[in-house]
Design a protein around this ligand. Structure first.
Ligand code: 9MG
Length: 279
């Protein structure tokens, strides 16, 4: 059984003393996440949001420049670099681990030079050049499952057996990455809630969290914060899904998830502390 998770400057134990779920805070650097779209103001907004997450006890900050919402169009490379690179440089020495949410090899290369601890790729490192871009670093690599692409993924998600198919996909990606020379201790898996899945597919995968971890012998990252799977069972709009999202994060951690990717850091940190104290 896997005992450690190599995470750039950090090394997370997966067994024995010191094991606990890590909280990854979401830092979107997209025009709809700050007021006037100005470059300077967006950097200031991102830094102050990150500072609040640090006060709230975040372990990892995930910086993303391109929206991956259903229907979102791709962002040109230069725009993504312009959005995320100043934020990565500003945050890398603030304490928490830093992750970059990108599927573009050129952004991965630049982010590694900037010193990020994780590359979070919703495309599972399938882009030509992605494996070469990350191979010779020590940053963690999150392999996420997605059916189709953000523009089309929610049009007609279809599986015969969603859990088996996600496991097959993740196993194939792990094998390809290890065959390219990447240390498996750098890898984690993610079922990709909401990425080409119906509500039923999402809950089948959430219930299978323990099975994914055991069958693939990998730490698992769960990201369901404020997603439609939370709205579907609570009946709440996106701005009122905090409690439901915390419930989902606890459900994942109770089955062994190593990292939860969340918007509401303070509430998730508190919930996990209480849950941990009760173990
Ligand atoms: C960028 N992004 C949005 N949702 C995500 C999820 O569920 N997992 C990961 N790894 N990244 C996500």
């Amino acid at each position: 059984m896997r005992s450690t998770f190599q995470f750039g400057r950090f090394n997370y134990p997966l067994q024995g003393e010191g094991v606990r779920a890590r909280v990854m805070g979401i830092l979107n650097v997209t025009p709809d996440s700050f007021s006037d779209g100005g470059q300077h103001q967006s950097l200031e907004f991102a830094i102050s949001h990150a500072e609040q997450m640090i006060l709230d006890g975040v372990d990892i900050i995930d910086v993303g420049g391109e929206s991956s919402r259903p229907g979102a169009p791709p962002l040109p490379l230069e725009d993504e670099l312009r959005r995320v690179m100043p934020v990565l440089y500003a945050l890398r020495d603030q304490g928490p681990a830093i992750s970059v949410d990108t599927y573009k090899p050129q952004v991965m290369r630049e982010a590694i030079i900037a010193g990020v601890d994780m590359i979070n790729d919703i495309n599972g490192f399938r882009a030509p050049g992605a494996l070469e871009a990350v191979r010779d670093s020590d940053c963690a690599l999150c392999i996420m499952h997605m059916q189709s692409d953000p523009q089309h993924m929610q049009l007609a998600p279809a599986y015969t057996d969603v859990v088996a198919e996600v496991i097959t996909f993740l196993r194939e990606r792990i094998n390809a990455m290890v065959a390219s020379g990447i240390d498996p201790r750098r890898l984690c898996i993610d079922p990709g809630f909401g990425f080409g899945k119906t509500v039923e597919h999402n809950y089948a995968l959430l219930r299978a969290t323990g099975r994914l971890i055991t069958e693939l012998d990998m730490p698992l990252l769960a990201g369901l914060s404020r997603k439609s799977m939370v709205g579907a069972v609570t009946g709440k709009p996106v701005e009122r899904r905090m409690a439901g999202s915390v419930g989902g994060a606890l459900a994942a951690v109770a089955q062994g998830a190593a990292i939860v990717r969340v918007h509401d850091v303070a509430e998730t940190v508190d919930a996990l502390k209480v849950w941990q104290a009760a173990q």
